[in-house]
Design a protein around this ligand. Structure first.
Ligand SMILES: O=C(O)CCC(=O)C(=O)O
Ligand SMILES: [Fe+2]
Length: 209
């Protein structure tokens, strides 16, 4: 008799939804949210057409490059400043509107801006942080889309050491939704790796209540 294993059953291009049981957070993963053809096309297009920007921060009086490149997009073209570097806010383009509309079918809000991160290799990363400042973190929706290399997305509770950390591999074409008070209660990071890996693009579509 023919036998099937898990890999065979899930090696299709079907969307697979996983809801994580995380206290004080609302985290849902959609694998294959974009088909392999869409993902390949968007990866290439975003890599080539995005005006990637190198941001810097001052550490001990010295200007240091952030370990990734970024680009901001949104409803209005108004420059913003979170780091030492002024960031240009670009207006939505066709690729981003396509991705944004697809996510907005899952969540009943309209995203106002999006941060693109380009992790060129394993040395690029983002350290433990919460998105938004403290006053805004209680009601947010973040739709996080990945194209390219799979990297582990790690989550740890801000205060409760008894809770296990989460490690969610974000694959090509996946969507991770983080809603409610997730940003208030949990920190997240993308660790560095010494492995030889391909580039990864991440897009975080953002909305604050
Ligand atoms: O690359 C990721 O998956 C996360 C990016 C992130 O946390 C951020 O841009 O705030
Ligand atoms: Fe973040």
């Amino acid at each position: 008799m023919e036998s099937f294993n898990q890999i065979d059953l899930f090696s299709t291009d079907e969307v697979r939804k996983t809801e994580f049981d995380v206290p004080g957070a609302d985290v849902i993963l959609f694998e294959n949210f974009f088909s392999i053809e869409e993902s390949n096309k968007l990866y290439k297009s975003l890599l080539e057409n995005t005006p990637w920007q190198q941001e810097q921060i001052t550490i001990h009086g010295k200007l240091v490059d952030y370990p990734r490149l970024i680009a901001w997009y949104g409803d209005i073209s108004k420059d913003i400043q979170y780091t030492n570097t002024k960031s240009k806010m670009h207006l939505w383009n066709d690729d981003l509107l396509f991705i944004k509309k697809r996510i907005e079918k899952e969540v009943d809000i309209k995203f106002t801006r999006c941060l693109l991160n380009y992790y060129r290799d394993g040395k690029d990363s983002v350290d433990w942080h919460q998105d938004y400042d403290a006053a805004q973190r209680k009601n947010t929706v973040i739709g996080s889309v990945t194209f390219g290399e799979t990297r582990p997305f790690q989550l740890k509770h801000v205060t409760r050491k008894d809770l296990k950390r989460l490690d969610i591999p974000l694959k090509h074409g996946s969507l991770l939704l983080m809603q409610g008070a997730t940003q208030d209660n949990w920190k997240h990071k993308i660790p560095k790796t010494t492995k030889k890996i391909r580039p990864r693009i991440n897009l975080t579509f953002r909305w604050v209540g």
